[in-house]
Design a protein around this ligand. Structure first.
Ligand code: TTP
Ligand code: MG
Length: 352
């Protein structure tokens, strides 16, 4: 792959910014969007807070009761999800208007591939135009990170918020990553950080000195991913997943849900129907891929490839279930987001 130019566009304090825009009398006040605080007795969490409220230490996923104690004078608002979704779609269309491939990564995050521009200077100019256009259309500010891949673009956008722009040309990746803490690498959570710390590694420059073999000894296969990330490498394309030959089905639910019995039941139904197609096509899959779309359109795929093609419907079901379960709790779903779509498919199809 030649050098790419990838943008990560992330809206600032998204839910709170929309509320502030729609209610001018809130301007300048601390705003917390989330569960009802019930004068400090409320359960549930903060969805987001504007930057004014963040000065008090309030942040996403914090218990709403704690937010209340930190800043009782803040304006507490419920989550108006349909409104935010409509705004999100308008932003997506505005971005598509620039004529480059755009992939929506969550309700307020987008990747855009501007490789065709061919220069980092022009990319920086385009980023300014994008920020201006989004602001002109929506009266909302955004932050953009630009890099040679999604990983670097995403880390770059986190560097300077709100209303920021950070460009990391391909030749600056190493220098950019060196002084950052390993925690900034997506997927590197508290457990990984603790293990690395116990070995004296806190910065990415330290992590980069560890050979791949050593990391796989420490972390198993996850070690390979960590190695790639530490070196700033990421080959994921922007846009639709590449078409591979596969057979599968998906279902969008009438209501978003996280109800375990419902989701496993629907998944088992999908498996049966897809298995039927395998039989009709006289093929057996070696790879099983689960697709999950959350209520906010964040979409995840999880696959498992087996040494041999699957033998039975039961085996297919149990692989599918294994892929689903971590999304029903905090392992793969830290905010316990509701699910709007489930899909299952077989790939690497072997004939009879
Ligand atoms: P983020 O982009 O993580 O946060 P943000 O846009 O509010 O703030 P920032 O300026 O740092 O980008 O998430 C986007 C929206 O997703 C956020 O406005 C509310 C929602 N959200 C939750 O509901 N719960 C959460 O825990 C997080 C992180 C986000
Ligand atoms: Mg955001």
């Amino acid at each position: 792959m030649g050098t790419r130019i990838v943008f990560h566009i992330d809206m600032d304090a998204f839910f709170a910014a929309i509320e502030e825009r729609n209610n001018p009398h809130l301007k300048g006040k601390p705003i917390v969007v989330g569960a009802d605080p019930k004068e400090g007795r409320g359960r549930g969490v903060v969805s987001t807070a504007n930057y004014e409220a963040r000065k008090y230490g309030i942040h996403s996923a914090m218990p709403i009761s704690q937010a209340w104690r930190l800043c009782p004078q803040a304006v507490f608002l419920p989550v108006d999800f349909p409104l935010y979704l409509a705004v999100s779609r308008e932003i997506r269309e505005a971005l598509r208007g620039f004529g480059y491939p755009v992939e929506q990564a969550s309700i307020d995050e987008f990747y855009l591939d501007a490789t065709a521009l061919g220069s980092w200077e022009k990319a920086g100019e385009l980023a300014k135009e994008i920020k201006e256009k989004v602001f002109a259309k929506e009266k909302l500010t955004s932050t953009i990170g630009i890099g040679p891949n999604k990983l670097i673009a995403k880390i770059a956008s986190e560097r300077k918020k709100p209303d920021g722009l950070t460009v990391v040309p391909a030749e600056k990746v190493s220098e950019f990553l060196s002084p950052l803490e390993v925690l900034v690498l997506p997927g590197v959570g508290p457990k990984t950080v603790a293990l690395l710390e116990s070995r004296g590694i806190t910065l990415i420059e330290d992590l980069r000195k560890i050979p791949k073999d050593e990391l796989t000894r420490w972390f198993g296969r996850w070690g390979e991913d960590i190695f790639e990330k530490a070196h700033g490498r990421d080959e994921r394309p922007v846009g639709e997943e590449e078409e591979t030959k596969s057979i599968g089905e998906q279902e969008t639910f009438a209501l978003d849900t996280l109800k375990q019995s419902f989701l496993t039941d629907r998944l088992m139904q999908l498996c049966e129907s897809v298995w039927h197609s395998f039989l009709k096509e006289k093929v057996r899959p070696r790879t099983v891929t689960l697709t999950i779309r959350f209520f906010d359109f964040e979409t995840k795929n999880r696959s498992r490839t087996l040494p041999e093609p699957l033998e039975s419907l039961d085996a297919f079901k149990s692989e599918a279930l294994r892929l689903l379960l971590p999304f029903l709790d905090r392992r793969e779903n830290p905010y316990l987001k509701k699910i709007r779509l489930l899909g299952i498919r077989g790939e690497k199809l072997a004939g009879e």
